[in-house]
Structures are given as structure tokens and as C-alpha cells.
Design a protein. Structure first.
Length: 620
């Protein structure tokens, strides 16, 4: 979604460069231009033709289907060009990959359309892309109003704001309703969809006024410039129950998204470098595009995020969008006992981008941070509860309540004979550490984010969900997602990855529970299924429900081509686990292993017990 190119001819080259960079990275299957595609600075009809050609070339040369809607500025040049929206429409539609439609002539506005999206086998319609002309200004209605609507509609204390922008007309709403009903009759079910229009609805203003219950994510840097007339479009969409998102442009430096009555309402910050942005040095910071991902299995669950032009700054040392993510493995576990609040705090202080929490359920279904489903490798459970071990010799977390777990003391990971796995790390049984709950870990990290102004993420792994099910601890996936939602982790860019070895658990979270959070499929258990998952077909299947692979580093150190194969499927690659005190013999030093992982394998993220070591390496 590109909005507000809003330029003169020739278009600012930074705008075209940003469009090219974003398209090359995201590789979309469809693009929509969401109004104010040009300005009154266009000097002639010939110049308009050249302008549109330049604007749509990034899509045309890549063969990407695209469409557009109009904004309030798209006829500002009509006195010089003679090109009304009706005439502009013919120019747009002359391009081979344009899917825009003029729409029914009896419906007000130009560019009211719906585009069907079919299932991968082409057998049925699974999604719909709607476009509506939001029209331009209130004064355009004076001929039928019989007065000056712009004067009468704007009130000093109007709830809808005080801007002179037009509204979507009843004929457009009726067309949407009738078309939606016909689609349902044709297919036998409602087709979930998304609506693009230029000027925001009054409901976009409403969610800003209520940020907490609507879960707003993103920035609001200027007023929501909606029409003072509420057309009733949102109410119609709510009653029909098919459109699941309404996205707009218009206000260049807003990029927030929220949820109101089950419908996503959001902005795209503008792409055009030739028009206004933020103040001062931040002027171009929000230029970019809003990206959407629709899964045909759960098309009603729209995933969306912003992709900013600044992420492709040529001065950045990395060719990736951002520097390689440093993920603190179980906290700063090279320095302090794993999965303790102290270890998480140290990882934060050392500069990790994300901090990992392995989570398991207690007997009373509370998630605690623990790498294993049993307690003895990292706690003194044998001393406090010697009689509570099972026949296999393990003390399972599922057999203990949270109150009982909180009585335990955490120590450095140790073998059955009590000797530490890593002798040079924190001494066993020194100091006092306890097992934190997952919520305590989140509260610590979010608290530090508030006090430092940083935005460090979390990276939970649900350990062995199927084992929990067998232990009658059902519904762990929902419990986990509910906790994340409670703390504001609801969108792709919330600062969280959710990982698991079991595909079924990730599929449940994506398809049954409808999460939009980024999911990571872990690979590296050593089982036969690893080889199958790493085939082209296996990775294709993973890409249908996950956003990336968390892979045992040995696999890609031995076969770096795997990274390219994963990338071809659109998957992130996060490798685990780098330890400076456990470097494979084939490397003369830990620096050489980092060189292989970070530079030659070109991964996106690295789990490490020593986040400071990796950060220093990347800085060098």
C-alpha cells in the first residue's frame, strides 16, 4: 500500500527509489495506490501521462498487478490538464498490470471497485479487495445541498472534527452492500476483505481517542483529518461482517493501526518525498509503505506492518533491512544462571535486541520460564522435594504449583552428578535466584523499556505443547497468546517472536487462534523430520504458517546454501546457539565462527549466551 505520492513531474527520485527498494524486499503480489497520487503542480495532460508512467513503473517493470483510488488532491490540476477523474481513469487503466476499475456510473465517485482473490488452486474466492473513492471537499456538494455545506457541517465543538473534507456517499455504501450480498449468494459464504479509501473515517479518530481498548500501535503525529459528516460506512461494514480492515492515507505522518469492533482501522504513512513529512531532521523518517499478508486458510486474520524507506539507507553497513538481531539465549546465560530475572536484566544491559524465554506450565497452569519440562537441571528441587520425582527420575514442572516452584532456588545448569555443564560460568549454588513467571519476565523487560526509552523485544518458546496436552494441561497456545495480548503484543511489529519445535502448535496459533504475531519454526532436534522440513516442499509448507526458521547453527554452517533456500520462501533465518566457551573444533576461535555465521551465511538473527560478544563483533 503506497499512499500520497503527491508530487510534481518528474517525481522526486527518492520516492521511486523507496518504492523500488520496498517492492524488491517484500515481493508483493499486489500493490494499491491509496490516493493523492498527484497534485495541482501537474502542468498539462501530457505531463500527467508522463507522471503516471513514472509512478507506476516500479510495479509495471516487475509485473506486479496494481490498482488505485483517488484522494482529495487528484483533481487539483484539472484547470491546467483538463483531466477529471473520469479521464484520468482511462490513462491508469491503459497500463497492462492495472486492475483499477471506474466502477458503476450510477454510483457517486470514480474508482469504486472490488477485486476477487482466489484460493491457490483457483477453485473459490477467499478474499476481496475493495476500493472506494472518498471524494474531495464538502463544498463539492453545495449544488444539491442548496447552501454552503462546508459552513453548516463544521461546528466549533463537533465530535467529528473540523475539516472541510467530503464523505463517502449513500450510493457508494448501497453499492458495497448490494455487491457484498451478491457475492455471498454466489459462493454460499461471506467473503472476508479489506477496504482502501483515501480520507479517514470518523472511526479512525475514535480509536485515537481510545488507544488502550483499541490496541493502537504506531504513531499519530497530526490530527485525524476526516469529514465532519459520518456517512455510516463503518456501520454498514460492521453489520455486513465481511470487511475486516479499513486503511487510509491522507494524513502523511500517521501510521497507527487499531481494532474497533473486530475491524482493523489503520493508516499508511506517505511514500512521497516531494511533500510534507515530520518536522526537522525527522522529516522523512516515516516515508514508507504498509504491507499486508493474507493467508487463505485464515483470510479474516489480516497481518500488517509498516516498511519504511529509511530501513534501506545506503549508509547502513548491513545489506539487510536492519542489523542482524542479537537474541539473548535464556537471558545473558553465559554470565548468570539461565532464565532468571537477573539474567534477563543483564542481557538487556548488554544490548540484546530480543531476550528469549522458554516457557512451561505449572500444575496450576501458570507459565514459568524454564528450558526443560523438568526442574532438576537448574534448581534445587531434589533437596526440597526429594519424594516428588517420577519413576523416570525427573521432577516435572507440571507436578508442582506456582507456590511450590517459587520456593525453589535456581542455580547454574548442572549434570546429574552436580557438576556444571560450563565450569567457567557462574558458580553453582552461589547467590539466590528464583524461577520467574513469564509475566514477571515481560514486566521486567517492559519496565526497562519505559525507564530507558529502548524497545527490546521478547522471544518466548512454548516447550513441548503435545506433552502438556498429554498431562491434561490443555490450551497452552491460547494461554500464551492471551498473556501476550494482555501486555500489548498483538501485531507483527509488537516486538515479539513466538517459537516452537512442534508445527502443530504454530499452526494452531496461526489458523485456529488467528494470531498475527511472527511465528518461528524451530528446526534442529536431530530427528528425521528435520531433513524433510528443510526440503523445498517442507519450507514451502512452513512458510504457509510461520514467518521464519530458528535453526541449529550446525545445519547452516555445514550447508550455507540452506539460507538462500529459506529466503526464497520468504522466511527469516535465526540460528542457535553461539557460545564463546563451546566453539566447534573446526574453528580456531569464536571470531571465526561468528564470521562464518554472520557474514558468510548472512543470517537474520543469532541466539547467543554472550550478547555482548556478538554485538562487539558486529560493531567491528
Amino acid at each position: 500500500m503506497f499512499s500520497d505520492v503527491q508530487d510534481k513531474f518528474p517525481i522526486n527520485p527518492q520516492t521511486i527509489e523507496a518504492m523500488n527498494n520496498i517492492l524488491d524486499f517484500e515481493k508483493p503480489e499486489f500493490v494499491i495506490l491509496v490516493g493523492d497520487n498527484c497534485t495541482g503542480a501537474i502542468g498539462s495532460a501530457e505531463e500527467f501521462n508522463l507522471y503516471v508512467q513514472q509512478m507506476v513503473e516500479p510495479m509495471e517493470k516487475r509485473g506486479i498487478p496494481w490498482a488505485h483510488v483517488y484522494g482529495n488532491h487528484d483533481e487539483d490540476h484539472v484547470e491546467k490538464t483538463g483531466l477529471t477523474k473520469e479521464l484520468q481513469q482511462g490513462i491508469y487503466e491503459s497500463f497492462p498490470h492495472c486492475l483499477s476499475q471506474r466502477g458503476p456510473e450510477e454510483v457517486e465517485g470514480v474508482g469504486n471497485f472490488v477485486l476477487p482473490v482466489y484460493s491457490s488452486d483457483g477453485s473459490k474466492e477467499v478474499f476481496a479487495i475493495w476500493g472506494l473513492d472518498s471524494n474531495a471537499y464538502l463544498e463539492d456538494n453545495n449544488s444539491w445541498y442548496g447552501g454552503r455545506l462546508e459552513n453548516d457541517a463544521i461546528l466549533e465543538n463537533g465530535l467529528q472534527g473540523s475539516h472541510n473534507y467530503d464523505f463517502i456517499k449513500f450510493s457508494q455504501i448501497r453499492w458495497y452492500w448490494d455487491t457484498s450480498v451478491e457475492m455471498e449468494k454466489k459462493w454460499g459464504y461471506k467473503i472476508p476483505g479489506i477496504l482502501f479509501t483515501h480520507i479517514p473515517l470518523p472511526e479512525h479518530r475514535l480509536i485515537v481517542m481510545n488507544p488502550e481498548p483499541t490496541g493502537i500501535i504506531g504513531e499519530k503525529n497530526e490530527d485525524v483529518c476526516n469529514s465532519p459528516i459520518n456517512s455510516g460506512l463503518f456501520a454498514a461494514i460492521l453489520q455486513r461482517g465481511d470487511i475486516k480492515g479499513i486503511f487510509v492515507g491522507h494524513d502523511h505522518v500517521n501510521d497507527f493501526v487499531g481494532n474497533y469492533c473486530g475491524i482493523k482501522l489503520g493508516y499508511d504513512a506517505n511514500i512521497g518525498f516531494g511533500t510534507y513529512g515530520l518536522e526537522g531532521e525527522d522529516k522523512d523518517r516515516l516515508r514508507g509503505a504498509r504491507v499486508f499478508r493474507i493467508n487463505e486458510r485464515t483470510p479474516q486474520a489480516i497481518e500488517t506492518w509498516m516498511r519504511y524507506a529509511s530501513e534501506f539507507d545506503k549508509n547502513k553497513s548491513s545489506e539487510l533491512l536492519s542489523s542482524l538481531l542479537v537474541i539473548a539465549h535464556r537471558g545473558a546465560s553465559g554470565y548468570l544462571p539461565e532464565h532468571t530475572l537477573e539474567s534477563y536484566a543483564m542481557a538487556y544491559a548488554l544490548g540484546a535486541d530480543y531476550i528469549e524465554q522458554d516457557v512451561v506450565l505449572t500444575k496450576d497452569k501458570v507459565f514459568i520460564c524454564l528450558h526443560d519440562i523438568y526442574l532438576e537441571p537448574t534448581t534445587n528441587v531434589e533437596e526440597l522435594y526429594p519424594e516428588r520425582k517420577r519413576e523416570d527420575g525427573h521432577w516435572y514442572a507440571a507436578d508442582f504449583t506456582l507456590e511450590e516452584v517459587k520456593k525453589l532456588r535456581v542455580h547454574e545448569r548442572s549434570k546429574a552428578d552436580g557438576t556444571p555443564y560450563f565450569p567457567e560460568r557462574f558458580p553453582v549454588n552461589y547467590s539466590k535466584f528464583e524461577v520467574p513467571t513469564f509475566e514477571e519476565a515481560i514486566q521486567l523487560i517492559q519496565g526497562l523499556n519505559k525507564s530507558t526509552g529502548k524497545n527490546i523485544g521478547i522471544y518466548p518458546e512454548f516447550k513441548q505443547p503435545s506433552w502438556h496436552e498429554k498431562e491434561k494441561l490443555e490450551g497452552g497456545e491460547k494461554i500464551l497468546l492471551d498473556i501476550l495480548q494482555k501486555y500489548g503484543y498483538t501485531e507483527k511489529k509488537s516486538g515479539v517472536f513466538v517459537q516452537c519445535f512442534e508445527p502443530e502448535a504454530l499452526q494452531k496459533m496461526r489458523f485456529e487462534l488467528g494470531t498475527e504475531l511472527p511465528l518461528i519454526q524451530l528446526i534442529g532436534s536431530g530427528e528425521e523430520k528435520d531433513a524433510q522440513m528443510l526440503t523445498s516442499e517442507g519450507l514451502e509448507e512452513i512458510a504457509s504458517y510461520a514467518d521464519g526458521i530458528g535453526i541449529l547453527k550446525d545445519y547452516i554452517e555445514n550447508n550455507p546454501e540452506l539460507v538462500s533456500l529459506m529466503r526464497e520462501k520468504g522466511l527469516l533465518v535465526h540460528a542457535w546457539t553461539f557460545r564463546k566457551d563451546a566453539v566447534p573444533e573446526k574453528y580456531p576461535s569464536y571470531e571465526k565462527e561468528l564470521e562464518q555465521l554472520c557474514r558468510e551465511c548472512n543470517i537474520d538473527g543469532l541466539f547467543t549466551d554472550f550478547p555482548d560478544i556478538v554485538i562487539k563483533f558486529l560493531e567491528r
